[in-house]
Design a protein around this ligand. Structure first.
Ligand SMILES: *[C@@H]1O[C@H](CO)[C@@H](O)[C@H](O)[C@H]1NC(C)=O
Ligand SMILES: *[C@@H]1O[C@H](CO)[C@@H](O)[C@H](O)[C@H]1NC(C)=O
Ligand SMILES: *[C@@H]1O[C@H](CO)[C@@H](O)[C@H](O)[C@H]1NC(C)=O
Length: 222
């Protein structure tokens, strides 16, 4: 009887440990914002520094340097979250598959990530409704981060080229301070191809921990 109670005690300790391990899984930040890419006006946030050779009709070769404000809402006057600093180059010669090379640092200036940055190095297939951009690193709270961003064109002025892009960034990092707001549920990526078929074999560390504990309990008992 005593050893049975002991067994139960160990079992409940094991499940408590498993819960603690599971709770430690807070490592994906989700940040939602709008990126304002303004080429027109007296104070543009995006300047074309290299003009495409004339008459290629695709803008192929153009390079635009950006310091675009990132805001919490679609209106430029909504709260500033950060800035996207870097450049994009028109890097596709396919008229039916236009794409940019987008190389920017997302520099956060407020909230839980103030002072931290994320590095985005990506292809941006601008005619797609949702583009997936890789996040390749970061600094501060995003040191060693990796992840992806989902980018949508929120608005585009055909005459000036001014655009507002809606952006959802998912970044995995070692330490995340969520601030006041809990993270919203992740969006489904546009393509399910990235899921590998051997996912079912990926047993969690909790499983091994529990196995290890039960193994030791058996040794203690016999
Ligand atoms: C953006 O905000 C400003 C100031 O609050 C307001 O005047 C303007 O109408 C807003 N624009 C849009 C498109 O909502
Ligand atoms: C962000 O951090 C800087 C530098 O520490 C500080 O001066 C600034 O007030 C902070 N901004 C916000 C909105 O917390
Ligand atoms: C995980 O995040 C939630 C808020 O989303 C927070 O309440 C909890 O303390 C965090 N857990 C850890 C282990 O950081």
């Amino acid at each position: 009887m005593a050893s049975f109670l002991f067994f139960l005690l160990l079992l409940s300790l094991a499940s408590a440990a498993a819960v603690v391990l599971a709770a430690d899984d807070n490592t994906t930040a989700h940040i939602h914002f709008y990126m304002h890419d303004t080429l027109s006006g007296s104070k543009p946030s995006a300047v074309q520094v290299i003009q495409a050779p004339s008459a290629n009709g695709l803008n192929f070769g153009s390079v635009v340097v950006v310091d675009d404000p990132l805001t919490g809402g679609p209106n430029l006057s909504s709260a500033l979250v950060g800035r996207a600093q870097g450049f994009y180059a028109f890097a596709s010669q396919e008229a039916n598959d236009p794409a940019l090379l987008m190389t920017v640092n997302l520099v956060f200036v407020g909230g839980a990530y103030n002072g931290s940055t994320l590095a985005v190095l990506s292809r941006d297939a601008i005619s797609e409704p949702v583009r997936e951009l890789p996040v390749v690193g970061g600094t501060g709270k995003f040191r060693m981060a990796r992840g992806y961003a989902l980018l949508k064109t929120y608005s585009l002025d055909g005459s000036t080229g001014d655009a507002v892009w809606e952006c959802d960034v998912y970044a995995m990092t070692e330490t995340v301070d969520w601030g006041a707001a809990p993270p919203p549920p992740p969006l489904t990526p546009p393509s399910s191809e990235t899921k590998t078929s051997n996912e079912g074999l990926d047993l969690s560390p909790n499983f091994y921990f529990l196995f290890f504990l039960l193994f030791h309990i058996s040794i203690c008992l016999f």
